[in-house]
Design a protein around this ligand. Structure first.
Ligand SMILES: CC(C)=CCC/C(C)=C/CC/C(C)=C/CC/C(C)=C/COC[C@H](O)COP(=O)(O)O
Ligand SMILES: CC(C)=CCC/C(C)=C/CC/C(C)=C/CC/C(C)=C/COP(=O)(O)OP(=O)(O)O
Ligand SMILES: [Mg+2]
Length: 281
């Protein structure tokens, strides 16, 4: 069981699922202030959490299934290269998670079902091929991560989804920055695998500047939810702390050329940004 939670990267699944919950909460706050007829269903909210957890876990599992050769070099302790889970078990487990997550999403409403189905297709394409293409892989993971907010808002239909567009763009920009940094970190294993990632195409230094540009843009845009009265001043204070961690992450990759530490700092900043959304809702 522990190996399967590790294959799913349960920590990431929980982080993504909480982002879905935040999407529900913020969309409810916005829509209910405009109309007294908007109601929050705890059952649908729990389904949102479950769907994001399952589909994210499916994507992580399938990613490791296709990454077996890279991970033998980059991450030999992962469940499949270390032998804890066989390739076939990992594939069947991931497919089961995808099917369960999509089915539960359609139980909420057709819009959530369509998003879960589309995201599952993107995750499969990413694991199969997109991740080895310059920038498209990074953009896919950026979209998928940002879509967790849209998915939560979609519990109220298109109006709920639209209410979360700003948070979608912030999360997408920050994630693209981190994904490029991770590709800088993985450059040796990716080269052996014949992947054509941005750092392999343009060099680690230029790719680091591109990552920094995405990180800075996310930081500079972070006050927008407050300026648009989507989130309150408590958000502004906590996201200010997240922005400091984003700055440190950018310094780590540009100043120290330490991609591993930069990646960890980006993730820590994203966690703080998630907290700022909860605090400021
Ligand atoms: C400036 C600002 C306010 C930015 C927003 C940042 C934000 C809230 C980002 C969303 C975080 C989120 C929903 C994360 C979900 C889980 C996750 C880490 C997804 C991306 O994971 C893919 C990554 O490649 C996994 O690698 P690793 O973490 O090394 O296992
Ligand atoms: C909203 C719904 C229904 C689903 C969202 C699904 C989500 C949140 C996906 C988030 C992004 C994610 C977890 C993508 C999975 C693919 C993945 C693990 C990318 C990173 O893999 P690699 O590029 O191989 O890097 P590693 O070195 O970490 O393996
Ligand atoms: Mg991988």
């Amino acid at each position: 069981m522990k190996a399967y939670l590790e294959l799913m990267r349960a920590g990431n699944c929980a982080m993504a699922a909480f982002a879905g919950l935040i999407g529900v909460l913020i969309a409810y706050n916005i829509l209910s202030s405009a109309s007294p007829y908007v109601s929050l269903s705890l059952f649908d909210t729990s389904l949102i959490f479950a769907v994001v957890f399952l589909v994210t876990g499916a994507g992580n599992g399938l990613n490791d299934y296709f990454d077996i050769e890279i991970d033998k070099v980059n991450k030999p302790s992962r469940p499949i290269p270390s032998g804890k889970i066989s390739l076939k078990s990992a594939l069947y487990f991931s497919l089961l998670l995808f099917i369960t997550g999509i089915a539960l999403a359609f139980l909420v409403n057709p819009l959530c079902g369509i998003i879960a189905l589309f995201n599952s297709i993107v995750l499969i394409l990413y694991a199969q091929s997109l991740k080895r293409t310059p920038f498209f892989g990074n953009a896919s993971v950026g979209y998928l991560t940002g879509s967790t907010f849209l998915f939560g808002g979609a519990v109220f239909g298109m109006s709920g989804l639209q209410a979360l567009l700003v948070l979608f763009f912030l999360a997408t920009l920050a994630t693209i920055a981190r994904e490029i940094v991770k590709d800088v970190e993985d450059i040796e294993g990716d080269k052996k695998d014949g992947a054509r990632t941005l750092p392999i195409l343009v060099g680690a230094k230029k790719a680091s500047y591109v990552a920094a540009a995405f990180g800075f843009t996310a930081m500079l845009a972070s006050p927008v939810p407050y300026m648009q009265s989507i989130l309150n001043e408590k958000y502004l204070f906590v996201v200010g702390i997240a922005d400091i961690f984003f700055l440190v992450a950018v310094y780590q990759i540009l100043g120290k050329k330490d991609a591993a530490r930069s990646s960890k700092m980006f993730k820590f900043a994203m966690l703080f940004a998630l907290i700022s959304f909860i605090v400021g809702a």
